[in-house]
Design a protein around this ligand. Sequence first.
Ligand code: CA
Length: 221
Amino acid sequence: MRLLVVEDNLELGRSVESAFRAKGHAVDRVESGDDADSALRTHEYDLVILDLGLPDLDGLEVLRRLRKRGSRVPVLVLTARDALQDRVQGLNLGADDYLCKPFAVAELEARAGALIRRGVGGAAAVITHGRLTLDTGARLAQVDGRPVDLPRRELNLLEVLLVHRGQVVAKHALHEKLFGFDEEAGVNAVEIYVHRLRKKLEPSGLRIRTVRGLGYLLEDP
Ligand code: CA
């Protein structure tokens, strides 16, 4: 999945970014409201983690503009503990959840996971597909109950294909989900990751079909 982290506190922003990267998500991190606004206009995200006190444009204004454009991307707002008014305003403007600073990263991850699942149509935390299960919270894939060793990007790819199982996912859409905007990835990068994942899924009998000119399809077992 692809996340946008908007936080002007460098240390906090970096720790949130690395926590979600470690889970296999593609993460874009920006430090100002203006940069958040332009990232949100040019990319499709599965979750936005939005600090409210930001330079240029404040977080509430970023949120207001986002919803005005009709975007339904889940937004989790970060606020100061005593900022009740901000939280209320954030929720009224269409935030989906909030967390007060300081917070434990584990709680942020749990809330973020719930919002991402809700955003993709209420997928279960543990997705089962034939002999394969993916625990999206623990980031663990298993075939017949035995762990499959998947590096983080292959895990992310598997998650995206599972959420859209039975549908063709366009190659450019997969590229968007796998790589943040500061990550160098050539046009063939998606093919390479699909190829690797395909090999690892072979024992499970699951097939990722290439649909020429359209994208990839995780077939029904
Ligand atoms: Ca701030």
